[in-house]
Design a protein. Sequence first.
Length: 95
Amino acid sequence: MRAGFFQRDGRVIGPFGVFDAATAELRAADPSLTGQVRAIVDDGAGGWILSLGHRLVRIDSAGRQIPWAPQPTGSGFFEMRALARDGGRLFIGGS
């Protein structure tokens, strides 16, 4: 897996891509994603949950965005910089 902000990779993959650990070959990516990945955690079902700053995105094991609309609760609008999962709960930290 590779996440972050990349200047060049030889192909457009967006801010998140899944690479084979042995061959470094790109296995999955969704170029339609925009923004910088601030935090990432597995979703417990073979995919990932990404924080793209002020929004959360869920990605399946093939690298495609899954329709998902969580509503984080709390006071104020913050940038999500830390994610942790415990069973069916997602914990979000930020500033």
